[in-house]
Design a binder for this molecule. Structure first.
Ligand code: FAD
Ligand code: DLZ
Ligand code: SF4
Length: 509
């Protein structure tokens, strides 16, 4: 009997993947392929490519050890056709297979490519998520506003995580109020668990250095986990040593500390080395054992069963046009310092350098530093989207796009957020120690030495007053702007104009 092919993509490294469950390991053949069409769909950070290739190679070896036949294509294989449909076609003609089983990819581009594949592809839902497309549609249909908080409560009920019967543990659904402490002086956590590259990883690192050496990002030192066992150790390390303080300092940023109390697990979770249930169960168990407080555990679980699932729901509901949205009609080119870190704005320079070195920045750095600046400066959201997709090791379109186009840039016109995430330098100063090392003065509102976030913030509100002036959540900000004397308003607007003109002339800012 001629078997079928079973496609496993680089972010589908899960033994219980739907396509593998549907397949027969006696007769079917798993196809995995390192291909340029994926590796250069955008200029990914070299650490991301190395992580995916190394984890793919180890996962293929694991499947073979479990009795599967695996046809694995390495990037430098001379017969590599360099696209996923190309490899399916090549392997199908070698094996005489007439059908491919696959799990739905997390990007419309690749779904379309599989739908157009000359060998028929049977797509199964990606049920590694808590909420199916149909369930999200049912939740969203007929609602005026798709607020994450309501979705999250349904997910708490569905999973029974942190529930006392039908009531939330501790009496409140959301403990965010306790999770906004400014940056601590000392961080009693040495960051995520780091792994020394083994032979498989070293071989991949050499390949990536040779083929992707010009991409933005530092390849070595490389310390990511690359298999399920290592990823689970990294998770345990976080739960034991960092989760108890995760909540308190979730929004804080420190010039000299890249990870604070963050988990740094999204790269593993999104590739399938961890699953949401084991992560949330481990966090809940820490709470029940008295090892971590409720504000930390609730905040952490909310990110995973709330925000992460909600973002995926939005991406698939909104469709392929989502990444092209530009509700605020922002057209400015992405400044060169998003790549070079050559800027006097300390918060941006540090976030970009860290991103270059680690392929990681935590949520508030992404949202309130690089995201906030791009929004205030009116950068084209599609360019912002491409930057985020390229530079972070955890970036796949299903999760990156709603975070960038929706949450960060308000380019979807308010589907994800009810107001834009914008702030002046005060917020960054309160939550970090960047400003004390900066050549700009966060207390100054206009003029050459003033923090650019300050006057860009007012200029943003002024520019978009027709859209946001009547938004009740922004009323306070507009009242402050309206009450400001004409001189101050003019000084802020003039400073913003001068700054943006320098940006457009590619001058150092
Ligand atoms: P922690 O802070 O320790 O949080 C725990 C987990 O919660 C994360 O691992 C992640 O799985 C989940 N999570 C938290 N916030 C979100 C969120 N908003 N959306 C989805 N999951 C969330 N996350 C990605 O996984 N891929 C991306 O490409 C991505 N792009 C982003 C772009 C912008 C502009 C912003 C504001 C956020 C983005 N996020 C993205 C969400 C978040 O920043 C990362 O999930 C988080 O920084 C990963 O680091 P961590 O594992 O240390 O997370
Ligand atoms: C991100 C990525 C990269 C860099 N390379 C590969 C690859 O060579 N082969 C592969 O199967 N998958 C890769 N991926 C992951 C895919 O791009 C990912 O499956 C889609 O973007 C959908 O999320
Ligand atoms: Fe960033 Fe302004 Fe603070 Fe400088 S002063 S670090 S530009 S917020």
């Amino acid at each position: 009997m001629v078997g079928r092919l079973v496609l496993v993509l680089g972010d589908q490294l899960t033994a219980s993947l739907s396509a593998l469950r549907e397949a027969d390991r006696e007769t079917d053949t798993v196809v995995m392929a390192e291909v340029m069409a994926e590796a250069s769909s955008v200029a990914h950070h070299p650490k991301k490519i190395a992580f995916i290739f190394a984890a793919m190679r180890k996962f293929a070896a694991r499947l073979e050890g479990e009795g599967w036949s695996v046809c694995y294509t390495r990037l430098d294989d001379p017969d590599n056709s360099n696209s996923i449909p190309g490899e399916l076609l090549r392997r199908a003609s070698e094996a005489g297979a007439k059908e491919v089983l696959a799990t739905e990819p997390g990007e419309f581009r690749l779904i379309a490519a599989l739908e157009g594949c000359p060998v028929p592809v049977h797509l199964f839902p990606d049920d590694r998520f808590l909420c199916s497309h149909a369930e999200f549609e049912t939740w969203a249909d007929g609602r005026k506003e798709l607020r994450m908080e309501w979705f999250y409560r349904d997910m708490r009920r569905k999973t029974d995580l942190l529930m006392d019967g039908d009531k939330p543990a501790g009496g409140k659904w959301n403990y965010d109020h306790d999770n906004r402490k400014p940056a601590p002086d000392d961080v009693a956590f040495n960051g995520p668990m780091r792994f020394t590259p083994d032979d498989t990883v070293e071989e991949v690192l050499d390949l990536v250095a040779a083929r992707f050496g010009d991409n933005f990002g530092t390849l070595r030192p490389f310390w990511f986990a690359t298999d399920q066992g290592q990823a689970r150790r990294a998770l345990t390390h976080f739960i034991t040593h960092a989760l108890p303080r995760f909540g308190d300092f979730q929004d804080a940023m420190l010039d000299g500390n890249r990870f604070l109390y963050h988990a740094v697990i999204s790269v593993y979770l999104n590739a399938g080395l961890l699953d949401w249930r084991e992560i949330c169960d481990a966090a809940e168990a820490a709470y029940k054992a008295g090892a971590a407080p409720l504000n930390a555990v609730e905040g952490f679980i909310r990110q995973i069963i709330g925000w992460r699932e909600y973002m995926r729901g939005i991406y698939f509901r909104e469709g392929p046009g989502y990444t092209g949205r530009n509700a605020l009609n922002h057209r400015r080119k992405l400044p060169g310092f998003y790549w070079s870190a050559e800027t006097d704005m300390r918060c941006i320079a540090r976030t970009v350098k860290q991103t270059r070195d680690e392929a990681y920045a935590h949520h508030i750095q992404r949202l309130m530093v690089t995201g906030n600046f791009a929004l205030l400066a009116g950068i084209d959201p599609h360019q912002v989207h491409e930057w985020y997709l390229e530079v972070y090791a955890d970036a796949y379109e299903w999760v990156e796009a709603p975070n960038v186009i929706g949450m960060s840039q308000f380019a979807d016109g308010g589907i994800v957020g009810s107001k834009p995430y914008v702030s002046g330098g005060n917020y960054i100063n309160k939550m970090s120690d960047y400003c004390s090392h900066c050549s700009y003065d966060v207390r100054e509102k206009s003029g050459e030495k003033a923090c650019p976030f300050n006057y860009l913030y007012w200029a943003f509100l002024d520019r978009h007053s027709a859209r946001f002036g009547k938004n009740p959540r922004m009323a306070q900000m507009y009242r402050t702007w309206d009450r400001m004397g004409d001189d101050k308003r003019k000084a802020a607007l003039d400073s913003a104009e001068a700054f943006l003109a320098r940006l457009d002339r590619n001058e150092r800012v």
